[in-house]
Write a protein that binds this ligand. Structure first.
Ligand SMILES: [Fe+2]
Length: 304
C-alpha cells in the first residue's frame, strides 16, 4: 500500500516499533542496516549476489565456523586492541599481553597439580618440548593454586573436539600451580594451523585472495589468586607466518625463547629420557578490579 525510496524504506525499517525495545540493540542494528543498505546501493549488488551471500552465511553457521571468520576479518584482535586502549587509559597496561582466544577452546580439561604430560597418546608426533615457569602477580609474588588451562593442535594442525578422529581433551589440560606458582608441561611443538579447505571460510578467503594460515602457537587461559584472568597464546619462533597470521593475533612479547636441554632427574617425572627443547615462560597477571575479571573470558562459557 506504500511506495518507498531506499532512504524512506531505511527510515521505516529503523523506526518501526510497537514497544521501546532495547535502546542499544536498536541503535547498533540501525547502524548496521544503514551501512548494508548503502553497500548494496553503492555496489549495485544484484539479487543473485545478495542471496548467494545469505546462503553462505547460513552454511557458515551450519559448519560452526563463525568464530573463524571473525578472527580472519580482524574482529577478535580489534576487541583486544580496544580493551587494551581502555586499559592503557586506566593505567593497566602491565603484565603478560593478552592474545585472542580463538574459537576452539573447550572448558573442563583434566586438571593436574603442578605438572602434566599434555602429549599423552601423542608420543613421537613432533619435537619433544617442556614448557615451564611461574604464574606471578605484577609485584613478582607467586600465585599459588592458579590454573593454567593449555591447549594446542595435533601434528596435523587440528584441534580435539572439533576433529572427531581425536580422543576427548586430546592436547588439552589444566595445571594447578604449586605454592610457588610453578607450572610445567611436556608436549610436542605443534605445527601451524590452517583453515579447513573446501569450507565456507576457505571459499571467502579464496575470493579475497588471502591465505588462511596461522603460525605455530599454544593457547592459554590463566586465572586464580584473585588476579585478572589472562587469555593469551605463545608463538614458536622461526615460523613463516609469524608476521603474517591470518588472525592478526601474534604479538612481540609472546614469541618464546627455546633452548636445547639434556635429560636430567629434574625432568624424569615427565618421562623425558632424551634431548629436548625447553621453554621458560612466566605469566604476569594484573590485579582484578572485580570478581568478573577473575574469570577467564572464554566465549564458550560466556555463550552458555
Ligand atoms: Fe589455535
Amino acid at each position: 500500500m506504500a511506495e518507498y525510496t531506499p532512504s524512506e524504506l531505511l527510515t521505516l525499517v529503523n523506526s518501526s516499533r510497537v514497544s521501546a525495545g532495547d535502546e542499544r540493540v536498536c541503535a547498533i542494528t540501525s547502524r548496521i542496516v544503514a551501512d548494508l543498505f548503502r553497500t548494496i546501493e553503492s555496489f549495485q549488488v544484484t539479487p543473485d549476489e545478495f542471496w548467494s551471500a545469505m546462503k553462505w552465511l547460513t552454511r557458515l553457521g551450519q559448519a560452526d565456523m563463525v568464530g573463524l571468520i571473525t578472527a580472519g576479518l580482524g574482529f577478535d584482535r580489534l576487541l583486544d586492541i580496544l580493551e587494551e586502549e581502555a586499559d592503557e587509559a586506566a593505567g593497566r597496561s602491565q603484565g603478560t599481553p593478552r592474545a585472542i582466544e580463538g574459537p576452539l577452546y573447550v572448558p573442563g580439561a583434566p586438571l593436574s597439580q603442578r605438572e602434566v604430560r599434555l602429549d599423552e597418546g601423542n608420543e613421537g608426533k613432533g619435537e619433544l618440548f617442556v614448557m615451564e615457569g611461574r604464574v606471578l602477580g605484577l609485584d613478582g609474588k607467586p600465585v599459588p593454586h592458579a590454573v593454567v588451562d593449555v591447549w594446542h593442535c595435533n601434528e596435523l594442525g587440528r584441534y580435539s573436539h572439533f576433529d572427531p578422529s581425536q580422543p576427548d581433551y586430546n592436547l588439552r589440560r589444566r595445571i594447578e600451580t604449586d605454592a610457588d606458582g610453578n607450572y610445567r608441561f611436556r608436549s610436542f611443538l605443534p605445527p601451524g594451523y590452517a583453515i579447513p579447505p573446501n569450507s565456507p571460510v576457505s571459499e571467502l578467503f579464496g575470493l579475497l585472495g588471502r591465505h588462511g594460515n596461522r603460525p605455530a602457537h599454544i593457547h592459554f587461559l590463566v586465572s586464580g589468586g584473585g588476579k585478572r584472568a589472562l587469555t593469551t597464546q605463545v608463538n614458536i619462533p622461526g615460523d613463516t607466518f609469524l608476521d603474517d597470521d591470518f588472525a592478526f593475533a601474534t604479538r612481540d612479547g609472546l614469541v618464546v625463547s627455546m633452548e636445547k636441554a639434556e635429560p636430567s632427574p629434574e625432568y624424569s617425572s615427565l618421562g623425558v629420557t632424551g634431548p629436548f627443547t625447553l621453554v621458560h615462560f612466566d605469566f604476569l597477571l594484573q590485579e582484578a578490579l572485580n570478581d568478573s575479571e577473575t574469570i577467564a573470558a572464554s566465549r564458550y562459557q560466556t555463550a552458555s
